[in-house]
Design a protein around this ligand. Structure first.
Ligand code: PEP
Length: 257
């Protein structure tokens, strides 16, 4: 059985004092209801990179895992402003979000660059969460599947049979991110099934069953249950609703079936 992952993407929000307060509130909620983390789910928080040390400290002794929102593909060098995989590893980062739509569309990251980052994360044993998703225009033109499958194929270039089990995917329709519009559970499930189909075709049944595919795009405490109870939706990547302890705690405790 694939464990559900409830992952917070704080984006460019909060300062360390606010982050510590949020984590304290979240830990109080989750620790009070220990069934919330009972075996069938995992929780991860991806803060802005400058807050990774403070968040690592605030999460000490917790089962909540630490993620990063992005990274460079090289170990070190003349890349002003960038963060390397070894830097992330040194703070206990276990996951990295790659190919987020804001990086694809605001900062112009290409499939090729994202693929390099995926390979680098796998090399350093950081779990890449490769995000794919179609824009509003692509969605309306009926091209969602074509777009996400192309992003997936390119993102997986050179990922071996051994490595694929160490990564995750996230379907994040661009029109749903931060917009309050969510894909219906049926729409998301159908795209997730197609993404899993690519893993099956390129690798095998065992790997296809192993790789977790998260949904992201305006997930809230009110819609999370219906999304993550679908068999191919293995959790949620949550932006806005992860910025308050009570709403993210409710998401963490979502009904999974
Ligand atoms: C995201 O940033 O990955 C995201 C899904 O944001 P939101 O939940 O705010 O739509």
């Amino acid at each position: 059985m694939r464990k559900k992952l409830l992952a917070a993407n704080w984006k460019m929000n909060l300062v360390p004092t606010e982050a510590r307060a949020l984590i304290a509130g979240l830990r109080a909620e989750i620790d009070r209801d220990s069934a919330a983390l009972a075996g069938d789910r995992e929780v991860m928080i991806a803060p802005p990179s400058i807050m990774i040390p403070a968040v690592a400290q605030a999460l000490a002794g917790s089962s909540i895992m630490l993620g990063a929102q992005n990274m460079h593909f090289d170990d070190k060098g003349a890349f002003t402003g960038e963060i390397s995989p070894p830097m992330l590893k040194s703070y206990g980062v276990t996951h990295v979000i790659l190919g987020h739509s804001e990086h694809r569309h605001v900062f112009g990251e290409s499939d090729e660059l994202i693929n390099k980052k995926v390979l680098a994360a796998l090399k350093h044993r950081i779990i890449p969460i490769l995000c794919v998703g179609e824009t509003h225009e692509e969605h309306d033109a009926g091209r969602a599947l074509e777009v996400v499958l192309r992003q997936l194929e390119r993102g997986l270039e050179g990922v071996s049979h051994e490595a694929i089990g160490g990564m995750m995917l996230a379907y994040e329709p661009v029109w749903a991110i931060g917009s309050g519009r969510t894909a219906t559970p049926a729409q998301a499930e159908s795209i997730h099934g197609a993404l899993r189909g690519v893993i099956l075709e390129r690798y095998d049944r065992q790997r296809a069953d192993l790789v977790r595919i998260l949904y992201g795009g305006s997930v809230t405490a009110d819609n999370v249950d219906s999304l993550i109870s679908k068999p191919d939706i293995d959790g949620a990547l949550v932006g806005g609703a992860s910025l308050k302890a009570d709403s993210f705690a409710r998401i963490v405790k979502a009904r999974t079936h």
